[in-house]
Ligand binder design. Sequence first.
Ligand code: BG6
Length: 475
Amino acid sequence: MTVFLDDLMLKKASLPPTSIVIFGGTGDLAETKLYPALLDLYVHGALPNQFRIIGISRKALSPEEYHEFVKKSLEKKISSYEQSVVAQFCQHIEYLAGDFGLASTYSELLSLLKEFDGEVMQCTNKLFYLAVPPQLYSGIFKYLDESGLMRTCDGVLSWARILVEKPFGRDLMTAEILEEELCSRFDEEQIYRIDHYLAKDSIENIIALRFANTILSDSWYNGQVESIAIRLLEKKDVANRGSFYDGVGALRDVGQNHVLQILALLTMTPSDISTVSAIRAARAEVLESLLPPTYVIKGQYKDFTKTIGVASDSLTETYFKIKTELSSSRWSGVPITLEAGKALDKNINEVVVTFRPQVNWQRETEPHVKDHRNVLTMQFSPEQRITLSVWVKKPGFTFALEERVLELIRSEAVDAYSPEAYERVLYDCIAGDQTRFVSGAEVMAAWKFITPLLQTDNIPLFSYEVGAQWSDSLN
Ligand code: BG6
């Protein structure tokens, strides 16, 4: 059963002491996402009463220098939190300088963790977050396993869990190898494969909208839905992530994961909406039913190859658009468009579901209007906005219709604490809830669909201007 923050707050007093180990403790993810998320959880009382955070990286830093690094990463939050709260939070943080490829690093880590166990006089829970480039995963899995760090000292009373960031592999073959290694060393209950989109409150709202509203749940199938479009359009370019992005590209960066997971939430049919295994199985089923695309285009924005870290002859895509369908009886025949790109003219993350036109309406009264379709748009960012276009009578003597839009801007309606995606990721892992994490079956099904599209020589790469209007020039 999905656990909500209120539940955790109630259980918090009984939550055993926990150690949170961040591999890549001085990296970009730790700096921009993980420390701010941990501070927020701390301030909202959503971390265990007794906890320790250990950042690990190769940099030779003193404890004071590491605290400075963390404080800097929290600077954006400090204006909203008292300095004294930040200082208290930092007292829970330690630093270990070490090479991830050396067994000695893991023995030192073990000693630090044992020290904490000794202080609190019990075997603590242990969470290992891999905030490192994917090529380091395999080595870390091996040492975590062989050093015994993933085995709990009291057998069954506490836990040890591993959080693995995307991209999980580079294609189907490498993902299969990685998965086999991960699963041969650890139990599935210990493995948390991250897709932070699943942990976004705005995206989770897809489930609420679909399943809590009869007007939608009853028309959510190919008999009523005409088409689905998912768009992750970003204004920002790859900025200082050139060398990472050049080896990855848009299809691996957001296509194999975020875009397909949104599709899975939109079209899944879980046998039980409240159980983790049913939801994960339903998402996997959708991904396994993806048909090979009928249309694919890839683009690269001009000057991408001038970015630091990008090869001057790079063929890496910074944009893609795919048209496909699902083979299931519920969805077959519904065109699905999946699109994402960087350096475009707008920031929009959204889903557009277009319903079939109302065939019974007397069209002769309005020869100029072709069809009356309802269109549901769920925008996740920059604003959480849900709109539904409906047809109403136009005031006047005739029975002409006009399209009007019902709109809900969620940020205006909600002033409760809404945890950021990375807070949710950390919080759920501590709470032992795998609902918002991806199963091995989902990862593989997504790669099966994406891998054939990675061969650039099969699909031409067009060039687009920075700030291109996606709707005009890229279609
Ligand atoms: C990340 C990608 O996973 O998601 C980035 O690596 C992308 O390239 C980002 O910009 C988008 O996430 P968000 O949360 O900013 O919408």
